[in-house]
Design a protein around this ligand. Structure first.
Ligand code: ARG
Length: 587
């Protein structure tokens, strides 16, 4: 457990004790501390307390001020407005706190572990077998990866689940075709690239589709295959497995390009819940949660109706006996709750599937699989838009291939890196180009709140100015270059020194890393961390403009400023890592 506290928590503690001294009957009252433009911190909690105690808020605030211990951490505290407290901290407290944080052997930069960590299953990065990945899959992967990292950093036990689409009637057609053209997925060499794998699958898909649409007998054979697949016929399963394996070659190549670690054991696709489907339906039917309607097994909801006013049910089993997406997701819930012992289920899935999840979660609650202690939440993300503000499509109106987008981002970023490069080799330019390009795509996705749509604008994404990952990466690289140039001088905190305005602002913001990470993790909100990091880079830039580092007046001041540079860099690095973005040492 980390013992390094943040300045915020130290101030909080002092304010809370002053509050309870002034109002003993409200011993655990929250001072409601927040950062403020007018002072280092502002406490707003007194207003509500005064109301409760029927006291005058300014008078109560004045009493609280009398009980605040000042001198070491708090420099001054003043009543302002209707009964707020404006709090300034000492320069010494800022530097001492940062020094303790820098010395923490665990390197957590003051971020506390969650008080009561639990087990969260995160369902993200779930492409579909035999299909191209598109920008929607990008969002799920990027947001999910960051949320997983944030949760793990706060000590949560995270289980990853990649619920890939590897099951369904469309496989009947594919398998039948492959059975009739057995050499289609044979490889000339052992090494197949992701591109090749996907182009093999695409070719096969087109050919099978053509036959299916034109040849009635093939269609009949393909339909029979679906039955064989559902019955688990070994030969059919072996052919199906070939599609899954070929697709995984492709998926892994894309995740690799995305600089994202996806593990095979975490890929549990729709097929993984096959054995549970019949039982899921039986349990729902026996408990009366689901009822037969026109032969299908359905769950009804008062508030879900079609345009004609008729209720639209969640269909758990079709009238022909087949199971669909809903039965699979309900079975996955049972698996995650009862076998994996999760207390939180998180789904990073497109907002356009929100109705599906609303109905699935409600069904699971009625069945008693979810309750107040075991909850499910869809972290629903918005649509990626093209420059015209419409869902992102190619000029021909087709879905944009994710790989093409990533390649273009890397290309543009490499051009930016090359232009700025002073002493980089071609190899280094390629490596940095990839780190900058992929970082740009991830950051653009993570810097607005997930539920909002955003425009995919590569020019803006790789721009050096503004709220982009490149700007943050440059800030980091610039600090590293200063640290390299420092020679003999080492970063060291000197809490005795007075700080300039720019130093104070930077130091205070570095301190806020702890609460930002905690909040971003608790709210599944990576964009809060992104916003924090952008602010950090901005404050660093103005510190750097105003305060000479290596040419500061005294050796102590050089060391102290180097220390501020170093802790800023470490915070940037850790924060970016939690977003899944690299911070190259040189750019
Ligand atoms: N494969 C689906 C798609 O591409 C997403 C799966 C989401 N997860 C789930 N448990 N349903 O849209």
């Amino acid at each position: 457990m980390t013992s390094v506290t943040s300045l915020t928590s130290a101030v909080h503690q002092r304010l809370a004790s002053a509050l309870s001294a002034a109002l003993p009957e409200n011993a655990d009252a929250d001072p409601l501390l927040r950062r403020s433009d007018r002072a280092d911190f502002q406490a707003n909690g007194i207003l509500a307390l005064a109301k409760k105690a029927k006291a005058n808020p300014r008078e109560l605030a004045t009493q609280v001020v009398e009980h605040v211990v000042t001198g070491d951490v708090i420099r001054s505290v003043e009543v302002s407005g209707p009964g707020f407290l404006n709090i300034m901290v000492t320069d010494r407290a800022i530097m001492e706190n940062l020094a303790a944080r820098a010395a923490d052997p665990e390197g957590r930069l003051g971020v506390p572990y969650a008080e009561r960590p639990g087990t969260t299953v995160v369902d993200y990065a779930q492409p579909n077998v035999a299909k191209e990945m598109h920008v929607g899959h990008l969002r799920s992967a990027v947001i999910g990866d960051s949320v997983v990292k944030l949760l793990e950093f706060t000590g949560e036990n995270v289980i990853r689940r990649h619920h890939i689409g590897d099951w369904g009637t469309q496989f009947g057609m594919l398998i039948q075709y492959l059975d009739e053209h057995p050499h289609e997925l044979d490889h000339q060499s052992a090494e197949v690239t992701g591109e090749e794998a996907m182009s093999n699958l695409g070719r096969l898909y087109k050919a099978a589709r053509k036959l299916f649409d034109s040849d009635e007998e093939f269609k009949t054979r393909a339909r029979r295959r679906v039955v064989d697949l559902q019955a688990g016929d070994p030969h059919t399963m072996a052919l199906w497995q070939k599609f899954v394996d070929e697709s995984k070659i492709y998926f892994y190549s894309v995740f690799d390009k995305l600089d994202m670690e996806i593990r095979d054991e975490d890929i549990v696709g729709e097929s993984g819940y096959n054995d549970m489907l019949a039982e899921t339906c039986r349990l729902l039917e026996e408990s009366g949660v689901a009822v037969r309607s026109e032969g299908a097994l359905c769950v009804f909801f008062d508030d879900v109706k079609g345009p004609d006013g008729k209720p639209v049910p969640l269909i758990v089993q079709k009238s022909d006996g087949g199971y669909g997406y809903a039965a699979t997701d309900l079975s996955a819930i049972r698996d995650r709750v009862f076998n994996l012992k999760a207390d939180t289920l998180l789904y990073v899935v497109d907002a356009r599937q929100s109705l599906h999840f609303k109905m699935v979660f409600e069904t699971a609650r009625r069945a008693g699989w979810l309750n107040d202690d075991v909850t499910a939440y869809q972290l629903a993300f918005g649509t990626v838009l093209g420059e015209d503000g419409k869902p992102f499509k190619t000029r021909e109106g087709e879905t944009v291939r994710l790989v093409d987008l990533l390649d273009e981002a890397i290309e543009r970023a490499s051009a930016v890196v090359r232009e700025k490069a002073q002493d980089l080799s071609e190899e280094e330019i390629a490596e940095r180009g990839a780190q900058v390009g992929i970082g740009a795509v991830k950051y653009a996705d993570l810097s607005t709140s997930a539920n909002r749509d955003y425009k995919f604008d590569l020019d803006q994404m790789v721009s050096l100015n503004g709220d982009t990952s490149v700007y943050l990466q440059y800030a980091y690289a610039r600090i590293q270059s200063i640290l390299r140039k420092a020679g003999e001088a080492r970063p060291a905190a000197h809490p005795d020194l007075d700080l300039t305005e720019a130093e104070r602002a930077l130091g205070l913001h570095v301190d806020a890393f702890a609460e930002t990470v905690r909040e971003a993790a608790a709210e599944y909100a990576p964009h809060k961390l992104a916003g924090y990091l952008y602010q950090l880079a901005t404050l660093y830039t103005s510190f750097y403009d105003k305060c000479p580092v290596l040419k500061a007046e005294t050796p102590e001041q050089v060391e102290n400023r180097l220390f501020l540079c170093d802790i800023t860099a470490r915070t940037l690095h850790q924060g970016m890592a939690l977003l899944g973005i690299r911070t190259p040492e040189r750019l």
